[in-house]
Every structure is written in structure tokens, then in C-alpha cells.
Design a protein around this ligand. Structure first.
Ligand code: MET
Ligand SMILES: [Zn+2]
Length: 787
């Protein structure tokens, strides 16, 4: 264990490829248009290109580059590495009882017989991992094939890669009990068994001559780890200490680096520091360790791990304030290495090619490659002192000062408006639910009103026309003409089906957040700024860099959804919903400025939306939906921080929606959420009607609905994530369940989510069944049967 830890490193690098080569290779393989050999060679190329680039950038020390490539997901990699395969996937195991790459894809994507492992959010990021399913009989077995294949590719390229694996505690704390596990089984109860496999892994790596291993333990910065382990803070810290004491006691092993991205280790910090590991990474960006680091790493303790300071933000896209980073470095005690705070998997590859970005913006940014350079710059000071990087510090300081002064970053009128609005309670309040419900009787809605969530199928034709418009092949007028025809046909379809509250179908929107980014000041979009969401799926978040208002003249700017909604409304006697994306979701799915509190940005977005809502109302639209599918996404990992977040997230929704007439009905839509936590949020949002994803769980969530709940609710009765058409009977059953749970007169009938990923055939058939089932339920209600 004499190889020193490199002085500069990253916790992980994007694996989607600079031009999404990984995505393309995987999807071609899954489609059958490429064979395994094609896949392997395409992905080896991506990995080699990444290594070459990182070395060129300067990560040249041995073990500076982690083995962070993955064919799908890092947690699933650990499932394969330890053969932690649930029995329902037994047939995906190969002859030796191990998981091949093909079997690995079975777990990721599901098979004809088995749905995939559950996909869920990775801490408070927009990345999603696959949830391991364990039981008391899961037979762990070490299978190094996948990990070694990656290390071999690096060997060929002459790079000494640092093996990287999800740590044992995080693996078990993120896992869930398999369906066939005994009542009361908890994954963490398998720790001792799993550690045997980690011990074998250490031996196998030592055998191959690896001097370092990175074990990622982000679960140790969350309060969810307490619930998952059933321990209190001290109990968990003791478990952490004993786990790593045990691994450190393995005789022939690589030195251990334990990482703790996304937050504060709390009591687990001293536990890890005293456990015998050789290096400990802390996230010095999202945690404020203050003097706690210096107390442990002050140089007097020989037996302490090397401190790897995560000083460069790995998950935002802003250029580092190097002067501030130097200060943090100064206060941290004896720092052995500089790292990113998290893996760089959360940011795009590079700024190279993003030349169209607004004015100075490019100079304020750092994507993955630029962040590597920042890490190297800071690491330089470990050898040569702070003065050695004074030119770089100066350049960063100048860029930051320019950013602060740049046009649009600080718009006094917008700041004043937010300050004035948020100073009054009235800006967040509406009349009581009862008063509103009385005023909304004039909407003349039937019992059990039917509606959809907003989008209709985004057909290949729509995508083709949008691409033609963007490429300049058709004019704006031609494109708009096309969109109007599309809207007319969506309205006609809904009238034929007999839905009650109609939508315009969102054909003009490429994406529910980017569309707003394009119509607001303060945003910019990238051409190639893709980040992995899960597996081969990538998103291209917009960059929220300045103060926000609607684009166009004046502080209020110009309406942009109104022309489409009004056009749709002009084609029908029925109500057409105005459709907006809420402030929290706009923030959650964008890269957000780091120079002012998120709450302030959320309130700016809220007021821009309030302007659009006022214009929709003025145009005669009486039902307005503000979607907040991401409401819970940014929820802090530590309970102590959650109240402040809920205050501004819920507050910004209310600021956007509270200035309407009592007779205007505000809807919201929530999906991808933890159901048990959701009703308090729904109440807080103070919307009149909430549609919520529920079909897959067969409306289980209604069991948690408080009896005092007196708002309207539309639990989804059609799972739109699959192309299956639900029968009238199936929908009737769900409606019956919904009527048990929701107060009479307050139930809406709708699908789970928007229909943009569906085709028209299944959309029409499913909605017809939904309307038929609703009519059956209505007649049962009037005759008193089944109520
Ligand atoms: C992810 S929530 C989607 C809501 C949006 N209105 C749609 O129908 O697509
Ligand atoms: Zn949704």
C-alpha cells in the first residue's frame, strides 16, 4: 500500500460519449441492428476516447482516472459484480450462475416475462439508478468479468485506471426487499454476507496488482440511510466504522478510497476517518464542514486517511470561483488531493462546440472537461503553493466579476418586483376552497369530469416538421400553420371521444421545460449539452443564468402559450385547459445559476408564469393547469433542510397561481413521486384539482388520503407508460377504487400522465374506454348502485 493517492482526481466521468456514441451503440444492439461484437468495439472506443481526453487534459498520475464507465448504471454494475440477482430473473443467469452482459440488460430493461428492476432517482440528482432486489436467500457471488473488461481496455491504452465500485453500505441501503423476501426482511441484514464478496474483490484486485480501489458511499450523507438501516445516527456511524474496519483488515488488498458525494457525512465522518481506510473523499461543495475537517486532518494523526477534498462542483455547470476554493482548501487541514465534489456524470462532456451561447455566458461555464482542468489547477497548489496558480485565480475572478455585471444577470426591476410580491402574504393566498368551489360551479362540469394531462402523441410528422423549421427548410408561418392543423385535429378527436375538459395537445413544445426556457429571458440552451438520465436516455437541460421574465417588451414580456390555447378554445364549446410547467419543475430540469438563492430564482419564474396565467385568464381561459412533476425531486437529503425547501417550492407554485379569480380553476399534475409524502404537498399547493400518477400502483396511494381532504383529485386510471390499451372493465375497477377513496363530487377521471410518447391508435382506444367506463360509473351513481 505504498502507492500514494494521486493529487488530482475526479469521482467519475460522463459515459454517454462526446456525441452520445454510447446511446447509439446500445440502442442499435437492443434493436438487433448491431451484434455484440459491434457493441463491444463501439463502447471500447468511447472508453478509450475518454481516457485519451482525460490524459490530455492532465490526469496523468496512476489511479487518477476512475473506472466509471457503465453499460447502463453503476448500481446495476454492482448487482452484476456480486450476482445480487432476484429469483425472478433466475433465467437470466448464465451457465455458471453469473450474469452476462445480456443478462444484465434483462434486469435493466425487463424481459417478456419480467418487468425491469425499478428505476429511481439517484440522491437529489436527475440521474436514475436501478434498485437492487434482495432477499434472505439471494446468493452473492463475485463476478469480476464486467469490471475487469473495463480495466483491460485501460491497460491496452496504457492507463492505470482506479477500480470504482458502489460501496457495500450504499448498495444495501439503496436496495429493497424482493417480492419473495420474508415479511420484515431488510437488505442491510445481508451485510456480513455481502462483505465476504467485497473481501474477495479486494483480493482479486490485489492479485491483479491494483494499488487503489474507490468505494462510493453517498448513502452515508442522507437521513434516508437511518430509515433504511433502522439505526440512529450513532448506530449507523458504528456500522460504518465496523464495516470499513473489516475491509481494512483484509491482508492483501488495494488501498481504499471511500467517497461521500452529495452532502455532509455528519457522524459518519469521524467513523470513516478512524476505520483504517487509506483515503477519504468529502464533498466540500454541498457540505459545510468548517473546522470539522481540520480537527481530523490536521496532520498530527499518522493513522488518518489521506483527505481527498471535493472542491470543484461536479454537478453544476458553473466555472469555479478558484479564490473561494483556495480559502476552503486552507481551512481543511492537510489536504492530500483535490477532486470533484461528485461524479461528473451529471454534466455534459465539454464546452467545445457551444459557440452560439449568449454573449459572455460561455466564459462563465465549466462542463466536465473544463472542470477537470479546474481540479488540476487547484491540485497544483498542493505541490507549489497558492501563488503558483495566481494567473488562473485571477482569470476566474475576472470572469465572475464580468458575470455579475453582465446584462440580464441582475435586472433591478425584476428583483424589485419579486421583493414587493413576496413581501405580501396575499400574493400566496386565494379564497377558501369552499368559496372557490362555489364560484367554479359556473364551469358547468359534469360529475366525474374526464380530461387528459396535456400532451397528445408527438408523431414522427410533428418531429419532422419541427426539425424542418429549425433547419430553415420551412418558414415560421408554414410551421405555425402545421401546428394549427395539428391542434384542430386533437380537438376534433377529443370531441369525438366525448372528453369533458379538452387540451390543445402541446404539439408546439419540444419539451415541457425547454419550451419555457425558450420563451423566457435569462435562459440559454446548448447544442450538445447532453447528460445521462438513465441507461441510454439523455436530457439536454437548459441553462438558467440570468433574471427571469417572459421575453418581449417590458417587465411582463409577451404571452406565448395564449395564441395556441385560444386557437384551440375557438374550435370547441367545451373548456380547453391552459397548460404551463411549474416553477419547481422548470428549475429541477435546468442547470440553475449558483449566484443567488434558488428560492429567488423560483420566485422570478413564478411571476413570469403568473403573467402568462393572467393573460390566459384575460383571453377567457377558465381552467389552467400548472404541472409540477418534479416537485419532490429537489427535496434535501437531510431532514433538517427540508422545511426551507418546501417553503419556497410550494411558495413559488402559489405565487404563480394565486392571483386568479375564484371562478378560475387551477389544476396541477404530479408524477414520479413518493406517494406517502405527497398529500401534504398537494394541500400546500392549494390547487383546485390535482391529477396524479396512480394506475401502476392500482391507486394504493388513496389509502393515505386524509379524510379532511376536500379538493378535487384525478388519480390516473390508465398507465400511459405502456402501449397496452386498458379495457373498460379494468378502468371501471380503478374508478370504483377511486370512488372509495375520494369524496363524492371531487373525483376526476384521467390518465396517469401526458400522452406524448404514445401512438394515436392506442390513445384513441384507451380514451374511448376511459369515457365509456366513466359513463358506466355515472349511471351507477345516479341509480345509487355501487356507490
Ligand atoms: C411529466 S408530466 C407531463 C405533463 C405534460 N402536461 C404532458 O402532458 O406531457
Ligand atoms: Zn406526468
Amino acid at each position: 500500500m505504498t502507492t500514494p493517492f494521486p493529487t488530482a482526481t475526479i469521482l467519475g466521468y460522463p459515459r454517454i460519449g462526446a456525441h452520445r456514441e454510447t446511446k447509439k451503440a446500445l440502442e442499435a444492439f437492443w434493436k438487433g441492428s448491431a451484434n455484440r461484437e459491434d457493441l463491444d468495439s463501439a463502447l471500447a472506443q468511447v472508453q478509450k476516447a475518454n481516457l485519451t481526453r482525460l490524459q490530455e487534459l492532465g490526469l496523468k498520475e496512476d489511479y487518477a482516472i476512475p473506472a466509471s464507465f457503465s453499460h447502463y448504471d453503476q448500481v446495476l454494475d454492482a448487482v452484476r459484480l456480486f450476482t445480487a440477482v432476484p429469483s425472478r430473473f433466475a433465467s437470466s443467469l448464465g451457465a455458471e450462475g453469473l450474469l452476462s452482459l445480456e443478462g444484465y440488460f434483462d434486469l435493466a430493461r425487463g424481459t417478456a416475462e419480467q418487468p425491469a428492476l425499478e428505476l429511481t432517482k439517484w440522491f437529489d440528482t436527475n440521474y436514475h439508478y436501478l434498485v437492487p432486489e434482495l432477499s434472505e436467500t439471494t446468493e452473492f457471488r463475485l463476478n469480476t468479468a464486467g469490471l475487469f473488461a473495463q480495466l483491460d481496455i485501460a491497460d491496452e491504452a496504457g492507463v492505470k485506471l482506479r477500480p470504482q465500485v458502489v460501496g457495500p453500505l450504499t448498495f444495501l441501503l439503496l436496495a429493497k426487499a424482493a417480492d419473495d423476501a420474508a415479511e420484515g426482511f431488510t437488505p442491510i441484514s445481508r451485510l456480513a454476507d455481502l462483505l465476504e464478496e467485497y473481501e474477495s474483490l479486494l483480493a482479486a484486485l490485489a492479485e491483479r496488482g491494483f494499488a487503489w480501489l474507490q468505494l462510493d458511499e453517498p448513502a452515508l450523507v442522507t437521513d434516508a440511510a437511518l430509515a433504511a438501516s433502522g439505526l440512529d445516527e450513532a448506530g449507523l456511524a458504528e456500522l460504518v466504522a465496523s464495516t470499513y474496519r473489516r475491509l481494512s483488515a483484509v491482508e492483501k488488498r488495494p488501498a481504499l478510497l471511500v467517497t461521500s458525494p452529495y452532502g455532509d457525512l455528519g457522524a459518519n465522518l469521524p467513523a470513516l476517518a478512524e476505520s483504517g481506510i487509506e483515503a477519504l473523499h468529502v464533498d466540500a461543495v454541498s457540505a459545510h464542514y468548517g473546522s470539522r475537517l481540520a480537527e481530523i486532518f490536521d496532520g498530527a494523526h499518522e493513522s488518518r486517511p489521506a483527505l481527498v477534498l471535493g472542491a470543484v462542483n461536479g454537478r453544476n455547470i458553473w466555472r469555479a470561483d478558484l479564490a473561494a476554493a483556495l480559502k476552503a482548501l486552507d481551512g481543511a487541514g492537510q489536504v492530500a488531493a483535490i477532486a470533484t465534489s461528485t461524479s461528473l456524470q451529471h454534466v455534459p462532456h465539454t464546452l467545445t462546440g457551444e459557440d452560439h451561447l449568449h454573449e459572455g455566458l460561455r466564459n462563465w461555464l465549466a462542463f466536465a472537461d473544463e472542470k477537470v482542468a479546474e481540479v488540476l489547477t487547484l491540485a497544483e497548489t498542493l505541490r507549489n503553493g497558492a501563488a503558483s496558480i495566481s494567473a488562473e485565480v485571477e482569470a476566474a475572478t475576472v470572469a465572475l466579476a464580468e458575470r455579475e455585471r453582465a446584462r440580464g444577470v441582475h435586472v433591478p426591476e425584476i428583483r424589485d418586483r419579486v421583493a414587493a410580491a413576496t413581501a405580501q402574504d396575499a400574493a400566496f393566498e386565494r379564497a377558501s376552497a369552499q368559496v372557490r368551489q362555489a364560484a367554479q360551479k359556473s364551469l358547468n362540469l359534469p360529475e366525474l369530469p374526464t380530461t387528459t394531462i396535456g400532451s397528445f402523441p408527438q408523431t414522427p410528422e410533428i418531429r419532422k416538421q419541427r426539425a424542418a423549421y429549425r433547419a430553415g427548410a420551412i418558414s415560421q408561418a408554414e410551421f405555425e400553420e402545421f401546428l394549427r392543423a395539428e391542434i384542430a385535429s386533437v380537438i376534433r378527436l377529443q370531441e369525438e371521444i366525448g372528453l369533458d375538459v379538452l387540451v390543445h395537445g402541446e404539439a408546439e413544445r419540444n419539451d415541457m421545460v425547454q419550451y419555457f426556457a425558450e420563451n423566457f429571458d435569462g435562459f440559454d440552451t446548448t447544442v450538445n449539452g447532453w447528460v445521462q438520465s438513465y441507461g441510454s436516455r439523455c436530457t439536454r437541460p437548459s441553462i438558467l443564468w440570468g433574471d427571469v421574465k417572459r421575453s418581449g417588451e417590458g417587465l411582463a414580456g409577451e404571452a406565448f402559450t395564449v395564441p395556441w390555447i385560444s386557437y384551440a378554445a375557438s374550435l370547441t364549446e367545451k373548456h380547453v385547459k391552459g397548460m404551463l410547467t411549474g416553477p419547481v419543475t422548470i428549475l429541477a430540469w435546468s442547470f440553475v445559476r449558483d449566484d443567488i438563492p434558488r428560492a429567488d430564482t423560483a420566485y422570478q419564474v413564478a411571476l413570469a408564469l403568473a403573467d402568462e396565467i393572467a393573460d390566459l385568464e384575460a383571453a377567457g381561459i377558465r381552467i389552467i393547469q400548472v404541472d409540477e412533476p418534479a416537485l419532490r425531486e429537489l427535496l434535501p437529503l437531510r431532514a433538517a433542510d427540508q422545511a426551507a425547501y418546501l417553503d419556497w417550492s410550494v411558495g413559488s407554485f402559489r405565487l404563480a397561481t394565486s392571483q386568479v379569480a375564484d371562478s378560475t380553476q387551477i389544476h396541477t399534475h404530479l408524477c414520479y413521486s413518493e406517494f406517502n409524502e405527497i398529500f401534504a404537498s398537494i394541500d400546500g399547493l392549494n390547487a383546485d384539482v390535482t391529477s396524479i400518477e396512480a394506475a401502476r400502483s392500482r391507486l394504493e396511494l388513496l389509502a393515505d388520503l386524509p379524510s379532511s381532504f376536500d379538493r378535487d383529485l384525478g388519480p390516473g386510471v390508465w398507465d400511459i407508460h405502456s402501449p397496452r390499451v386498458p379495457s373498460v372493465d379494468e378502468i371501471s375497477e380503478l374508478i370504483a377504487a377511486a370512488r372509495e377513496g375520494v369524496r363524492q363530487g371531487h373525483l376526476w377521471i384521467n390518465p396517469d400522465c401526458g400522452l406524448k410518447t404514445r401512438g394515436y391508435a392506442e390513445t384513441r382506444a384507451s380514451l374511448e374506454n376511459l369515457v365509456a367506463a366513466t359513463e358506466l360509473a355515472r349511471s351507477a351513481q345516479t341509480t345509487g348502485v355501487g356507490v
